[in-house]
Design a binder for this molecule. Structure first.
Ligand code: NAD
Ligand code: AKB
Length: 317
């Protein structure tokens, strides 16, 4: 087996995905890459890599005998609206670099899309696998472009590239990196640290979400599925649960009765309003057996356990 290279490995998903890949395959089987050199040497197998630098990616693939890439480097939806040129350069040109290196070295590739690929013309409930893709953001535009670039690479050059349209992801290891669903993580930190929380979305804003252990398992399951079972070469819808901002606040209030949440919607409200509230992921369930494990209550309890330990605060009763 060759080395697994992960781009954007120090981000919210990468930090959990790398840990799970190393648990399964061994520490030295996974090469982490991200923008900046590590502050201390550490034991990590790590190389700085800007995905806009195709030659360096190619050299790393050769040197480390890479056979699989999880390409996570990206700007997210909120940052993408503030820096649209960089979002296009990193998300689209970066993906083109990775696809070209995957083609020339025969690599297997995972690349994530997002619910941000959808837009106002899409049915908001049970958004179908094959619905219209009409994003209103630069981030969503890069995701739709990316989906079609992946399918093109598969059809034209037989690149084995697989993809999931992740919903908003909730995790405790690494804070989220500038998205519209970040509130659903920030709200846990506020509750555990004894603060109130000011939410940048309206209380009734309902979005599809997933707990990180489910997302990591879905990602690896998709990559391990038999090629003949993969019928979607743009990107698979997947989801686990949908909740509104006031529903997650209420779930937290069961454990922190004094927890206060205020609502001050900002520019991210329009982004959230253009996304699905729930997603139909039957194609993923049928093709490769996708099944989430965490519902809202189980996720909230697990997040609280882990964050209490991380922040060294007492768990609520
Ligand atoms: P993140 O922002 O937490 O991490 C992204 C990482 O990419 C960061 O560590 C950053 O340093 C790195 N990066 C940025 N520019 C780079 C460049 N030019 N070269 C190399 N690295 C660069 O993002 P994430 O949440 O881990 O998301 C990973 C992928 O999953 C992205 O494609 C994102 O669009 C997608 N996704 C995430 C979510 C979510 O809720 N987290 C939902 C849907 C899709
Ligand atoms: C974001 O909010 O930008 C991401 C996503 C759903 O793609 N979490």
């Amino acid at each position: 087996m060759g080395t697994i290279l992960v781009t954007g490995a120090r981000g919210q998903i990468g930090s959990d995905l790398v840990a799970e890949l190393r648990r399964r395959h061994g520490h030295d089987a996974v090469l982490e890459t991200d923008l900046h050199p590590l502050p201390n040497g550490g034991r990590a197998l790590y190389e700085p890599l800007d995905v806009q630098d195709r030659d360096r990616l190619d050299a790393l693939v050769r040197t480390h005998q890479v056979d699989t890439v999880y390409h996570l480097a990206s700007l997210l939806s909120a940052t993408g609206e503030q820096k649209p040129d960089i979002a296009w350069a990193v998300n689209v040109e970066g993906l083109r670099n990775v696809l070209e290196v995957a083609r020339s070295h025969g690599l297997r590739l995972f690349w994530p899309s997002s619910i941000a690929a959808f837009g106002p013309a899409t049915p908001r409930e049970d958004t179908p696998q094959e619905g219209p893709l009409d994003p209103i953001t630069m981030y969503g535009t890069t995701k739709v472009t990316g989906e079609y670039l992946c399918r093109y690479a598969f059809l034209k050059d037989a690149v084995d590239v697989r993809s999931l349209r992740y919903p908003g992801l909730i995790s405790h290891a690494t804070k989220p990196g500038g998205g519209t669903t970040d509130y659903a993580v920030e709200i846990f930190y506020a509750a555990l640290e004894g603060d109130s929380y000011t939410c940048f979305l309206r209380p009734d804003t309902r979005l599809p979400m997933m707990y990180m252990p489910d997302a990591v398992r879905a990602t690896i399951d998709l990559m391990e599925a038999d090629a003949e079972d993969i019928s979607v070469r743009t990107s698979y819808n997947i989801t686990a649960l949908s909740f509104s901002a006031e529903e997650i606040a209420a779930a937290l209030r069961k454990r922190f009765p004094a927890f206060e949440v205020r609502y001050e919607p900002d520019f991210r409200q329009a982004i959230a309003d253009s996304w699905p509230a729930s997603v139909d992921d039957n194609q993923a369930r049928t093709d490769w057996g996708w099944q989430p494990a965490f519902d809202l209550d189980r996720m909230v309890d697990d997040m609280i356990d882990h964050l209490a330990a991380k922040l060294k605060v007492a768990e609520p009763s």
